[in-house]
Design a protein around this ligand. Structure first.
Ligand code: GLU
Length: 625
């Protein structure tokens, strides 16, 4: 199958060959299948035999597994065949040591430079410390530090940590351990060299015993994929959800895997494949692509560097086919803004009286709304701040974060700095879409708690409505919910003469509702019209979506003129009174006053047209920003 060997450029131009596709499998699984089929033909290389027990491995075994960061695990071939983890234990034990003993202690004992030597080289750096934790000297030093601190418990601690990375309890292979223990004099020599140089304090035999045991922990390709995915996921096991180790330990571990993970092939590896990885002489390869995936492969035949031959091919194919080289990335921060408008373009759903409408129309740029989506990274927030600066300065900015999935630490820091700047300019910030007491809320508050100019509302519409109210207050308007209005002030009745209004009033009853009362229910017969006389009500769909807030002087239930059953609920926001007229009486009134009837229907058409314009603008804003 030529597709798997193509360079990334060629692969982009040429889709994965159709012949390799079988029905009803996700594409990634088909890809792994194709790798398995193609690379099974590869029989070169040698099974490691310097640890005698390893030579018993079946060279035909070949398993591949890929774990995604949402916790899905793909597996093909011998992905459940156990084998010993060997050097793939090194990154995890290094990460464990960083968290268990503190970075200072570990980093002052073990370097992070590539050695350029084979993994089992008996050579230290100029300071007589191991070059890095991925070569045997560094790994033994690491185990030695844990041993010095935990003594007898050291191996169990390591085994438990490896198990948490894998998401299951891992056993170890007594025979491989014994075999290495009986033959591992080179590693013992390294141990004594470390002791002479005070990198490990004492008990070389005890340290080596733990090291040989850790190398003999049994894993499968599936385990390795999940362990790699945990590294790729800032230390959170995507299958169990457990935060196994800190993001600091994980990121530093990935760093040394990047520079030194693949024996003396590490430079070439990162150049060509571009995915942090670690291999082991047992035939495993672990590859962890940060924020994307973890890959585990098992095939015991090794190349001259000690890396699994088929495993290397799988990683090469994965990287080139999907163009995954980690240094070949780009991101467009502009995608973070899904909508950007002011209240002139898209006001809240609050139906306002003329005086409020006039004030808001005169100050439509005073409230700016920016709806954001995805991850708020440093570049996304930077882009938003520049976008904000390029326009007339608003008095209030609403940032809607409903569609924001997360904020990076850099993004959060920049948000805090931007809010501070806005505060200095007297701009009020309103956040919507983040539930209080959620993780997102906590992380936002971590950065913005100090800031006085930040308000929050869960619903975007409530946030915009609040912002509009501030503008109305600032420019001399008042919103008097207790004010009582007359029928003559109703836009729906605009143009009716005094006699017509008196006749209409005579068939109206005035009713009072307590705050929170449900005035109308979806599905009820639509047989009454309401003219709100005082207070405020809101209209919602049964799923809770708020359609409008109405204050004194506005009609609701007016759709009874058109529809036969109610299509929304209406609740009193505060104590409210309404003129109510039965539909049958109203129809009689219309027959008696044909001129008034025509005016009312024209007014209704106008009100509906206005609502449609607002609704269309909202849809348009989202699709065109
Ligand atoms: N236990 C093996 C050793 O120390 C691990 C080597 C490896 O996988 O690279 O020789």
């Amino acid at each position: 199958m030529p597709g798997l060997r193509c360079t990334s450029e060629a692969m982009i131009a040429q889709p994965f060959p159709a012949s390799a596709w079988t029905r009803s499998k996700p594409p990634l699984l088909r890809f792994l299948d194709a790798c398995l089929n193609e690379f099974s033909a590869e029989t070169a290389g040698h099974v490691a035999d310097y640890i005698p027990e390893l030579s018993k491995a079946d060279p035909a075994h070949f398993g591949i597994s890929l774990a995604t960061l949402d916790g899905h695990v793909y597996e093909v071939g011998d992905s459940r065949v156990p084998f010993t983890i060997q050097s793939m234990s090194k990154p995890f034990v290094f990460a464990l040591a960083l968290d268990l003993l503190g970075a200072n202690k570990v980093e002052s004992a073990i370097g992070v430079e590539p050695s350029g030597d084979p993994f089992n080289s008996i050579r230290l750096n100029a300071e007589n410390h191991p070059f890095n934790p991925m070569v045997n000297a560094g790994a033994i030093a690491c185990t030695g530090l844990i041993h010095a601190s935990k003594g007898e418990e050291a191996f169990e601690q390591i085994r438990l940590a490896l198990s948490r990375f894998a998401g299951r309890d891992l056993a170890f292979d007594e025979a491989v351990y014994t075999s290495e223990s009986q033959t591992g004099d080179r590693n013992r020599a390294i141990g004594y060299l470390l002791k002479t140089n005070a990198v490990i304090s004492d008990n070389v035999a005890g340290v080596l015993d733990v090291y040989f045991r850790q190398c003999a922990v049994l894993v499968t390709a599936r385990d390795i994929a999940v362990m790699a995915a945990t590294l790729a996921n800032r230390g959170v096991n995507p299958v169990t959800g457990e935060q196994v180790l800190t993001p600091y330990a994980i990121s530093r571990t990935l760093s040394v895997m990047t520079s030194s993970g693949m024996y003396d092939y590490a430079g070439e590896w990162i150049y060509r494949i571009g995915i942090p990885a670690k291999s082991g002489v047992g035939g495993g390869i672990l590859a962890a692509l940060p924020a994307r995936l973890g890959l585990g492969s098992y095939s015991p035949k090794l190349d001259k560097h000690g890396n699994s031959l088929r495993g290397i091919k799988v990683c090469e194919a994965l990287s080139s086919h999907y163009d995954l080289h980690m240094l070949n990335r780009s991101d467009d921060a502009r995608n973070a803004v899904i909508a950007d408008y002011d209240i002139g373009k898209s006001p809240s759903r609050r139906v306002r009286r003329q005086q409020e409408r006039d004030i808001l129309a005169a100050h439509e740029h005073a409230v700016r709304v920016i709806e954001l989506v995805g991850v708020l990274s440093l570049s996304a927030v930077d882009y938003v701040t520049r976008r904000l600066a390029g326009q007339p300065r608003p008095q209030i900015v609403v940032f809607d974060l409903h569609r924001v999935t997360s904020t990076t630490r850099a993004g959060a820091r920049l948000i805090a700095e931007a809010f501070e700047e806005l505060a200095a300019l007297d701009v009020t910030v309103v956040i919507s879409g983040v539930r209080r007491a959620s993780r997102e809320w906590d992380s936002l508050r971590e950065w913005t708690a100090e800031l006085k100019n930040v308000r929050d509302f869960y619903l975007l519409d409530t946030a915009i409505e609040w912002a509009e109210d501030q503008i109305v207050y600032r420019y001399g308007g008042s919103i008097d919910f207790h004010e009582t209005t007359e029928l003559s002030e109703q836009p729906l009745l605009d143009g009716l003469d005094a006699e017509e209004l008196t006749d209409l009033a005579s068939i109206c009853a005035v009713r009072t509702y307590q705050s929170g009362a449900k005035i109308l229910s979806t599905g009820d017969p639509a047989d009454v019209l309401f003219f709100l006389r005082s207070g405020a009500v809101h209209v919602t769909l049964p799923d809770g979506v708020r359609l409008a807030t109405l204050t004194a002087g506005m009609a609701f239930g007016e759709m009874a003129l058109i529809e036969t059953t109610r299509s929304a609920d209406v609740f009193a926001d505060m104590a409210a009174t309404a003129f109510e007229v039965q539909l049958k009486d109203f129809e009689r009134f219309r027959r008696q006053h044909p001129r008034a009837s025509e005016r009312i229907m024209r007014n209704l058409a106008q009100l509906l047209a206005d609502r449609l314009i607002v609704a269309n603008t909202k849809v348009d804003i989202l699709t065109s920003t």
